[in-house]
Write a protein that binds this ligand. Sequence first.
Ligand SMILES: *Cc1c(COP(=O)(O)O)cnc(C)c1O
Length: 345
Amino acid sequence: METIDLRSDTVTLPTAAMRQAMAAAEVGDDVYGEDPSVLRLEAIAADLLGKPAALFVPSGTMGNLAAVLAHCQRGDEVILGDQAHTYLYEAGGIAALGGVHPRTVRTNPDGTLDPAEIEVVIRGDDAHFPITRLISLENTHNRTGGSVLSVAYTWQVAEIARQHSLALHIDGARIFNAAAALGVAVRELAEPADSITFCLSKALAAPVGSVLVGDAAFIRRAHRARKQLGGGMRQAGVLAAAGIVALETMVDRLGEDHRRARLLAAGLAGIAGVVPDKNPPPSNMVYIQLDPQLPLDAAGLAEQLEGRGIKVLPVAARRMRLVPHCWTTDAQIEQVISSFGALLG
Ligand SMILES: *Cc1c(COP(=O)(O)O)cnc(C)c1O
């Protein structure tokens, strides 16, 4: 039986072109700065995002952590959303390893933080307080269903950061999805920020890796942080080669994932007891709520679907996530919709 895995876009396997590029990659010792494939990936990424420098890191989590360590000292504070990936899903690394204090503000259902609320929590100069140093946004915003932050909103927050001499970081794990959804160049979304992390291994299908971009002095500090964190890799060009293919071949097709997410949400919305959080979904993620009257909860339904070769991600008792990606076909979307209908009808 064919498996349709919609738990996440991270399940995407490397493409044939990536495997070939990995096998043929020119490599060297990247800790000595001598891996030509890593250097090439970093140059391509910096250029695409419109920043002077870039750093290849093993994961998005390390990219965000290295960024926070490069922006902040111990005891400094970062303002971020209470639904931010960095706050919820990165093992508390900024506090545990960086001594950086997270100050949360409410995340709106559209993934934004209220600019007025950000201003309220910026600390004054008082020895009682940590020093506010950084604001961190997330685009697309995962927990709010792949919400897309606009260029104008990002500038609005950047302006607040500038007025208070703070830095602005974007957890742009899926920034290319945001750019595709908005129909803008990714560098327009990156321009207001001092630093951005993006993932190569989600919808872009590379096997491993993320990239952090920013100015040269910032990237020098992040490079040291990466070494401290154990993220200095040697012949990492084998991985970077796949990342280059990801940027060259997988970015322009992201609209396909978004179209299939819309198809899926529209189909599921037609099934009694199933309510998509957002219809149409803003990017590649479909989150659905299951009516409490339904006999199956999210875990029960996921198990039944798995029996039909369909994997989904339960995220709460009555909530689940489905993420179409580059291996998903229109026929599979139809099959998923009809399986929901059969199990819940
Ligand atoms: C996936 C993700 C990350 C990084 O995750 P890793 O698994 O460490 O690569 C960071 N932020 C967001 C919003 C994500 O979805």
